[in-house]
Design a protein around this ligand. Structure first.
Ligand code: DAK
Length: 257
């Protein structure tokens, strides 16, 4: 597949999507979203890929939705065309997605990073939802996901003021799983992705779905969902293999079955 706004490659079982509009600090225009969605779907469907990394450039992961593109849109247009509905596609991806973030991660860029499953930040990463400074509010899930991630008061502070936080504050607040030296960002993300891809894919898919349920369901339903999910895993050869390998003091050989 040839793309204009992203770079796509695989390293072993890891699919890597790099946002690539450096002159506009990877501002997310319609073409970029379309291309990113196509790449996400291709990796999701590819049995040889077990984990996806979404990353950007050194200066910016993404500086938000493309302001030039949306500046003149009217109320009628955004409602009739359901403006940016394609932004939801990332939520349908079954494989784990790691956001590897360096530099500015703002607005819609931050919303994509929050929509990923794990966020690893370079020391240079900077996060903000500055939409109110442009006369709008976050529209790609930021009001909900940031509140879930860091709690009401902190989310309100960031969203109502547009305040930018650095990587260490992001880690402290739980936005980032980990902060790593900038030059090691991709290496660390790949190393984590490889750990995940060496496990059983159906088990990983099930774990991802169960954790995501925690953000979508009330506790009682989430617990019931988790129970059903673990029961189902006892139908897998990989469950037998994983437990047998432990007792035989050897490494498991998972087949994804
Ligand atoms: N859009 C378009 N172009 C952008 C951009 C953006 N978000 N951010 C930067 N650029 C462009 C600049 O215009 C500039 O282009 P030229 O002037 O060279 O042509 C180039 O990138 C370099 O930027 P700067 O010259 O500004 O670079 P600096 O180092 O001085 O500043 C900065 C870097 C990141 C602090 C600054 O560029 C900045 O503040 N950028 C805007 C950040 C921002 O406000 N982001 C939020 C955008 S609103 C929705 C879903 C999501 C959204 C909306 C709806 N639905 C599902 C309905 C999301 C909205 C947003 O993200």
């Amino acid at each position: 597949m040839a793309f204009e706004t992203i770079l796509v490659e695989t390293k072993g079982a890891v699919g890597i999507i790099t946002l690539n509009r450096p002159k506009a600090l990877n501002a997310l225009n319609a073409l970029l979203i379309r291309e990113m969605n196509a790449a996400l779907s291709t990796f999701d469907a590819d049995k040889a890929v077990g984990c996806i990394i979404l990353t950007g450039g050194d200066k910016a992961f993404a500086a938000g939705a493309d302001i030039r593109e949306m500046k003149d849109m009217t109320f009628r247009q955004v409602t009739e065309e359901n403006f940016l509905e394609e932004w939801d596609h990332i939520n349908t991806i079954r494989k784990p997605i790691i956001a590897a973030v360096s530099g500015y991660c703002l607005g819609g860029g931050f919303e994509f990073a929050l929509a990923a499953d794990i966020l690893i930040a370079a020391e240079t990463a900077r996060f903000a939802l500055p939409e109110v400074t442009l006369g709008v509010i976050p529209g790609g899930g930021g009001t909900q996901r940031l509140a879930h991630a860091i709690g009401k008061s902190k989310a309100m502070e960031m969203i109502l003021s547009g305040r930018m936080i650095d990587a260490s504050e992001a880690e402290r607040l739980g936005v980032a799983a980990r902060v790593v030296p900038s030059e090691k960002l991709l290496e660390e993300a790949i190393s984590l992705a490889e750990k995940i891809t060496n496990l059983s894919q159906p088990v990983i898919t099930s774990a991802k779905r169960a954790v995501r349920a925690a953000f979508e369901m009330p506790l009682s339903e989430g617990l019931a969902f988790e129970r059903k999910s673990i029961h189902a895993l006892f139908a897998l050869e990989d469950q037998k293999e994983g437990m047998a390998a432990f007792l035989e003091k050897r490494k498991p050989i998972f087949k994804g079955k």
